[in-house]
Structures are given as C-alpha cells and as structure tokens.
Design a protein around this ligand. Sequence first.
Ligand code: TRH
Length: 391
Amino acid sequence: MPLPATAPEWDIFCTVIDNYGDIGVCWRLARQLVAEHGVKVRLWVDELASFGKICAQIDQSLPTQTAHGVEVRRWESTWLEALPGDVVVEAFACHLPESFVAAMAERRPPPVWINLDYLSAEAWVSGCHTLPSPHPRLPLTKYFFFPGFDQTTGGLLREADLERQRQAFCASREQQAAFWQSLGQSPPPAEALLVSLFAYENPALADLLALWAQSTVPVCCLAPVTRTLASIAQFAGQPLQAGDVIRRGQLEIRLLDFVAQPDYDRLLWSCDINLVRGEDSFVRAQWAARPLLWQIYPQADDAHRVKLAAFLDRYCAKLPAASAAAVRELHRQWNGGSEQATAGGRISAELWAQYRAALADLRGHAERWATNLSKQEDLCSSMVHFCLSKL
Ligand code: TRH
C-alpha cells in the first residue's frame, strides 16, 4: 500500500507504571516506525528515568529531545496544548489528556486512534483484535490493537533486519569479542553453560543458583542488576553491585550494568538459556531462538497464570513429551509453584536435570519457533497497514 505523499505523523503516549516494559515496547515501536516506515513520531512519556536505563541518549532534564529520529516529549501532569497527528497510539490503556482528545475530535480527518494492548497468547485475543470502540460523546473511534502469536492478531514487534543481524553476530567471533569488550567483560569460558538472568524477586532463584554451583559443567550467569540483586547477594553472602563477579563451585555470576536495548539482544543471542520476564524481554528471547524461562508479570487477580498456560500450550505443542513436561514444570515452579499466589516455587535437582536433558531438543525447537513466528507480519507493520486502511 503506498504511503501518503507527506510523512504521516504519529503520537505515541506511554505511562511508565513500573519496570521497563511499557517504555521498552513504545520505544521499540517508535524507532521502527521512523526507521522502516518513514513516519514522524512524537513519543510522550511521563517518566524519563526508566527510559534513560534502556537508551543512554535520553537526557532526563529535557522536556523535548530527539533520539534515533524520534521526538521525545516529557508528558507533564499539566498538559500543554498540542495538535494531534494522523495517528494516536495510547499504549496499554494509558489515559489521554482530555483536551488532547477534544483536539482529536476537531481535527479533519480525525486521527486513527489505537489502544495498543498487552501481549497474550490466549484465544480470545483474535476476536478482540482491531475491534472499534466509539467514544461516548465525541465523533471518534478507538481501535483495540493486540499483539499476538498468530495471523489473527497484530503480531509481535520485530525489526526487518533483526534475524540477519542475529545470524551475523552468531557467526562472527569479532562481533562477539567486541560485544563483550563493550560491556567491560572478558568473553565467558567457551565450555560454560551461559545463562542470562532478568527476573522479578523469585524465591526459586536460590534453588537455581545452588544447583548451578553444584553443576557438573561450569555455568556462567550474566545478570543485569535489577530486582534479583538481593537474592544473588544473599546467595553470595556479601553485598554486590554492577561490575562484581562472584564464583561459587561451578557457578560464576557476573553482575552487569543495565545495557541498552540493542545490547540486550546481543546478550540474549549469546546465551544458551535466557531467563526473561514481563513482555518485551520475553519476546526478544523468542527472536533470540534460544531456550527461555519466562517469569510472567504477576497480576493481582492471578490472570497471569491463565496467560502463562496459554503461552505454554502453544510453545510446547510440538515438543517431545518429556521435554514439554520439563518446560512446563520448570515454568510452573519459576512462577510460584502452585495455584496460590503466595506460594513460592521450588526447583529440585531432579527437575533441573530433566530440563538439562531436554536442552538439545529445546535449542532446535526455539529455532523452529522463531522461524515460524517470523512468517507472521510484525506488529509495527501491521499497525501501519491497519492505520493506512483507516486514514
Ligand atoms: O521491565 P519489565 O518487567 O516490564 C513489565 C512488563 O512489560 C509488563 O507487561 C508490564 O505490565 C510491567 O512492566 C509494568 O519487563 P520487560 O517487558 O521485559 O521490559 C524490559 C525492557 O528492558 C525490555 O525492553 C528490554 C529492556 N532491557 C534492556 O534494555 N537492558 C537490559 O539490560 C535489560 C535486562 C532489559
């Protein structure tokens, strides 16, 4: 479909609830719109501190700045008037300023208004993707846009060049060496099982660390400093910070500074197993085509358990039974262990051994999974095409 003669203008609104996922997704979408679709993007963000962690160029003191071709605006609590663009994306049902919505209604033609929702593998998503929701008073329609795992959804964020970049990195010792050097790290030992660790507080982490220390093969755990720091320090028996390296038995833990998004991809591409969380790192681990262990973002009403089950049903469908059982049980324990939200999971030596035995299967499976998913249109492109059809 041809693009309009002048670059379309999009406004993306993002509130940072906690963590990095909301801004992580919005920032990725914004960059891809600029780089691949010739869109002019204004990204409105209510908090720049988290943003600064995943993009070093962000200057938290500035109300307006440009990074990677994206105009970044601090979304102040007192809204200053602004003219809406051709498309307005409200990320994760963040509430748009009333006067901005009024300006949207006055614009001719009115902007295409999208609510970008959270990712879920549940079947109902297909039926809700692109559903219109007319505004109760104004001549505006909001459309629900759902990321997802099949063609009936909006797909997943994936840059056009991502797989080519991954393959080039995995084939190049020079690129890998330069990557470790850029992190201030020596390359991890070639014989070690490499694991990246990005998780929330998790009682089962103590089990994993102890099992890795007693492992028959060396394990090197690369852990950007985040909410797991206290558990790692407790395991080590000493206070820790980014840059520290500790060794216990067969386990070496390297605590890393939070890295920029593109470097986080390289970390995932480098590891044998990626422990990821939330939404965006979970998707990136799938594009890394390596086995993953997902800690889902916990929701008060336990809705996350249904989401986790829906994903595992899809992910395990084509795995041999024993490997599927190991993946399911490890995820169950890593996500609390029982149906009671307060219970903590436990990872036994037997469960870890079952998972290790499945690892070769899981590696091939992760590659096939990524290849299949990449046949689907990516989320950014499908959103652009949807908006063009409504403009
Ligand atoms: O930070 P998260 O836990 O975010 C969560 C989820 O998005 C959840 O759905 C949402 O409701 C909640 O926040 C409020 O996990 P997520 O989604 O993986 O986001 C992390 C981002 O940080 C992702 O874009 C990857 C990036 N990242 C880096 O850039 N560098 C790093 O070193 C690491 C570890 C992550």
